[in-house]
Write a protein of this length. Structure first.
Length: 345
């Protein structure tokens, strides 16, 4: 899909076993799956397709995904990222990021006569719909998530009078509800699975009748990437997580690696942020990337490591991922119309 997904060199093949690497003393454990999830892939392609279809500029409310490289690359192509809807000139096109927005943002866009393209991840949209449904049934909704995160702001905006944010297990003591027989929990999609379940456990102790959402809110990609890191963590002296500091799921991967027994773990945007001192006494390096990270950045880290003797790469495979999401409906509609017009010529 263009610059952000094309690796700079062929992806490393898995070694038949780790024996040769261990004999050499230096090896890399490369997590699979890693990097782009279906929601991120969809959102980034949506910006690129919108630029091709309508021309620059395309305004995007908040970072389309939480990754510096992706944002800068799209800016070079003509995307303009803004924090608030009021910054978008009246009558322009605005795209909503993969993290989702509250209903008030849609109203703001309508007031400014903006053409909107909603690139909210379908898995986030699912949580929004759950919030609306439980609010309509007059439940108190305990939303597990991080205060201030864009996804949490969007979900909370769907039912502000019914939602209470629970920011981790330590926050449970502060939670109050109207009726303990009508309480449900939902969660931000990019959390640590283990910490979320710890929070749920504490909530259930306090509210024994607490019910769970119909299906797990934490997205499949977040879970798969955490499972892969758990599998490599105990064998790694160092785990390098490629991702930006404002990426919740990337930050969680560092925590999961340390919890799984990694000697150390660091979050970097790319190879240029790696400190060579981290390799002192290290023979096994784990490498993974957050769900908003293009593979080209992982390739850069692997090349940096190979130049320092870490040439043997062993794949740690946790799951197969085949999920894809169609482009936002507004964009699909216009692309279809253009294709139809061209076919009639």
């Amino acid at each position: 899909m263009g610059d952000m997904t094309a690796p700079s060199r062929p992806s490393p093949a898995a070694t038949p076993s780790g024996d040769a690497a261990r004999r050499a003393g230096k090896r890399v454990l490369l997590a699979a799956p890693r990097g782009y999830c279906a929601g991120v892939d969809r959102a980034v392609i949506a910006v690129e397709k919108a630029l091709e279809q309508y021309g620059a500029p395309i305004y995007v409310r908040h970072e389309i995904v939480h990754n510096k490289y992706v944002v800068k690359t799209l800016e070079k192509k003509g995307a303009i990222f803004v924090e608030e809807t009021a910054e978008v000139p009246e009558g322009s096109i605005v795209m909503f990021s993969a993290h989702g927005v509250a209903p008030v943002v849609h109203r703001e866009a309508a007031d400014r006569r903006l053409a909107t393209i909603d690139a909210t991840c379908p898995l986030v949209t699912k949580v929004h719909k759950e919030a609306v449904r439980f609010a309509d049934e007059d439940y108190d909704i305990l939303l597990i998530g991080h205060d201030g995160h864009e996804e949490v702001i969007g979900t909370s905006g769907e039912a502000p009078d019914h939602i209470t944010l629970v920011d981790g297990p330590d926050d449970v003591a502060n939670v109050e509800v109207r009726d303990e027989s009508k309480v449900v929990w939902l969660s931000q999609t990019t959390l640590s699975v283990d910490e979320t379940m710890e929070t749920v456990g504490a909530l259930k102790e306090k509210f024994p009748q607490l019910i769970s959402p119909p299906s797990d809110d934490i997205c499949y990609a977040t879970q798969n990437r955490q499972i892969a890191v758990k599998q490599m963590g105990a064998d790694a002296d160092l785990v390098i997580v490629v991702g930006s500091k404002n990426s919740s799921n990337s930050v969680r991967l560092v925590e999961v690696a340390l919890g799984a027994g990694a000697g150390a773990s660091h979050l970097v945007d790319g190879a240029d942020e790696i400190d060579e001192a981290w390799l002192d006494g290290v023979s096994t390096v784990g490498v993974t990337s957050g769900a908003s990270v293009p593979e080209i950045l992982v390739e850069g880290v692997l090349e940096w490591l190979a130049q320092r003797g870490f040439e043997d790469v062993e794949i740690v495979k946790a799951a197969e991922e085949s999920i894809t999401f169609s482009l936002p409906k507004e964009l699909r509609r216009d692309l279809r119309a253009e294709a139809a017009a061209l076919s009639e010529k």
